[in-house]
Design a protein around this ligand. Sequence first.
Ligand code: GLY
Length: 297
Amino acid sequence: MGIALIVHGGAGAIADNDVAPHREGARTAANIGWVILANGGNALDAVQAAIVSMEDDPAFDAGYGSYLNRDGQVEMDASFMDGRTLDAGSIAGVQHIKNPILVARRVMESEHTFLIAHGAERFATEQGIALIDEKEMRAPNAIAKWQECVNNPPPAPLAQYVPVHGTVGCVAIDQNGNIAAGTSTGGMSFKRVGRVGDSPIIGAGTYADNLLGGASATGWGEAITRVVLSKFAVDALANNRHPNEAARAAIEMLASRVGGTGGVIMVDRFGRIGFAFNTPRMAYAYLTPNKSVVASC
Ligand code: GLY
């Protein structure tokens, strides 16, 4: 069984001077996950490690670097899915967690599938994950972006949202054919307090099923949620369809049905990689046994 791993660092209008940090951050994360797979580790650990790396990198809209909400605070969402068991775990609206993906995984391993806000943070503490001061999660680039929005508030309601920094995600298959997927985000720039997008919603932001493959989505969360994009993409793998084709079909459906913008990354049960996006750029990197890291943005 061939191992494979792909990460994304967000789909959107990534500015020219942000391209290199996005590409290098994605490359680093993919390599970290790959080392785990190549040493016989499982897909869950590979996905987790790759996403932690991007959550710690302020280039991305996840963990440290998350966009700030209208009150100037971080509110983060994450999800994790195990394609072997279909176990799934999500958290939303957390403010005091350094690496939300770690808590999403613990939720997945618990009796629940979704915990929010202070309940998710209390659960994290019970699991031995320390809470941190929310102010420590505010990266200088996120504060600067928030200040821009305070000075020039974006039009509301938004007709269409195209981010400039990226949600992060990873999909991997290990040597036993087990597929895992995860996604982590700070959500939308200058979002309404309490707003939750697609990333923590199983089926929308993340999906994995060993029988077909796995997917992680990025982009305009409200649109992605309405069409349950990741589950659509995984279902499109039926009849051994190539993940590139399935990803393209999913993004075409996102655009045609709800005018959505975004991207999706995929790995299928044969270890084939696929991705598609309809935004100006998407940061991504992937590895298979035959290809070293391919990173682009
Ligand atoms: N895709 C991330 C979000 O809209 O929150």
